[in-house]
Write a protein that binds this ligand. Structure first.
Ligand SMILES: NC(=O)c1ccc[n+]([C@@H]2O[C@H](COP(=O)([O-])OP(=O)(O)OC[C@H]3O[C@@H](n4cnc5c(N)ncnc54)[C@H](O)[C@@H]3O)[C@@H](O)[C@H]2O)c1
Ligand SMILES: O=C(O)C(=O)C[C@@H](O)[C@H](O)[C@H](O)COP(=O)(O)O
Ligand SMILES: [Zn+2]
Length: 363
């Protein structure tokens, strides 16, 4: 089991990664100073609630003397909503949760973002633990971005609210359907493109299309999490540097929402990365060879790289509300090499329209 510390403005918190972490949840809570008797509200979704590892978590809480209640929300991005958050506030009141009590998110990025938002706002903030169960949530569980969606755009309401610990049990990943595995690989590949050429080249040489044995997975996952940790430690509240983690997301979030979440987050940002690489090439920031390499590594993982046919004007409306833009000119994170990106603040809508329309035509 590995323990990676993450420094945040409030405290340093551990990311505990390995097999059988959930079976030690009680001990892990004690180690970070959560007193016996503290109530734990486990927030999970309708799929995860039925998976066998839930019992490992609850048995560990029981034997360590933590009373708990399990609150289940529908699986899927539609649960990142004010309505679902409102229901959870009611449940927390009914459970008698006070300021010292803990919200624990057990699930993927949806549960993590939603439960984190509820933890950040209930009684103006209660301690929050992330227990990620998807590959994608190697990204979402670290760094403290929590939030919900609005019909006008993804993650438009939220907070920076770091967890007190991330408990990442790699055994949970063996239950992921193949599509969810591949969905998570998009963010792993993203971390390589942003800042770790070795990671990217490893994946280029051996695409990871199914969950490998733990000894093979651990170094890859650790490398991806290292990129995320280094960036969020450098700029927790996204004054500037943290924007790099948004590679592929400016177009990707719009496509994800336009698909009504029939595309997974990773699938959508894979398309976003392919298109943003094309934008970088057209600007003369990225070589054609590197652009092709990025697209082919995504495709080799079974990820989509072309925009579905859609109405550009609807996509544009969603891109316009992206939180990175500082003015009417758009801010994009563009790849400039493998392992290197640049924040570009003067992207014209026409440039984006051109790559989106070309991609929709299959060019
Ligand atoms: N906060 C951040 O920094 C951050 C980073 C990346 C993504 N996100 C957000 O994360 C969300 C996507 O996360 P996701 O891809 O994990 O989606 P998700 O949470 O919807 O999980 C995907 C599916 O897998 C199921 N699942 C979860 N764990 C499982 C397991 N172990 N075995 C089998 N099935 C399992 C879920 O029930 C769900 O149906 C998006 O809303 C995105 O905006 C946030
Ligand atoms: O941690 C970050 O910062 C990221 O941008 C990570 C992204 O993978 C993630 O999807 C995040 O939720 C996007 O944030 P947003 O600020 O664009 O909503
Ligand atoms: Zn993302």
């Amino acid at each position: 089991m590995k323990r990676l510390p993450v420094q945040s403005s409030r405290m340093t918190y551990p990311v505990v990664v390995g097999a059988d972490v959930l079976a030690q949840t009680g001990e892990q809570l004690q180690e970070i100073g959560i007193k016996t008797g503290t109530k734990i509200a486990i927030i999970t979704d309708t799929t995860v609630a039925h998976l066998p590892f839930v019992n490992q978590l609850t048995e560990s809480l029981e034997s360590a003397g933590y009373p708990f209640q399990t609150l289940v929300v529908p699986a899927g991005d539609a649960s990142k909503s004010l309505d679902v958050a409102y229901g959870l506030y009611q449940d927390l009141i009914s459970f008698g949760m006070r300021r010292q009590d803990v919200v624990l998110a057990l699930g993927g990025g949806v549960v993590g973002d939603l439960a984190g938002f509820v933890a950040a706002t209930y009684l103006r903030g209660v301690p929050f633990i992330q227990a990620p169960t998807t590959l994608l949530s190697h990204d979402s569980s670290i760094g403290g971005k929590v939030g919900i969606n609005l019909p006008q755009g993804k993650n438009l309401i939220g907070a920076f609210y770091p967890p007190r610990a991330v408990l990442y049990d790699l055994n949970t990943l063996s239950y992921l359907p193949e599509r969810q595995w591949v969905n998570g690989m998009a963010e792993v590949i993203k971390h390589g493109i942003i800042a770790d050429a070795n990671l990217f080249e490893t994946l280029a040489a051996n695409p990871l299309t199914v969950c490998p044995p733990a000894d093979e997975l651990e170094p890859i996952l650790t490398a991806a999490m290292r990129v995320k940790i280094d960036v969020v430690e450098g700029d927790e509240r996204e004054a500037n540097l943290r924007q790099v983690l948004n590679l592929g997301h400016t177009i990707g979030h719009a496509i994800e929402q336009r698909s009504n979440y029939s595309l997974g987050h990773g699938e959508a940002i894979s398309i976003g990365m392919a298109l943003e690489a094309r934008l970088a090439e057209k600007r003369g920031l990225l070589t054609a060879a590197h652009r092709t390499l990025i697209t082919s590594v995504l495709a080799a993982h079974g990820l989509p790289t072309q925009a579905p046919a859609d109405d550009w004007h609807e996509i544009k409306k969603l891109i316009e509300v992206d939180k990175k833009h500082k003015s009417d000119a758009w801010t994009f994170v563009l790849p400039t090499a493998i392992g290197q990106v640049q924040i570009v603040n003067d992207i014209r809508p026409q440039e984006v329209e051109d790559v989106v329309r070309e991609s929709m035509k299959g060019v």
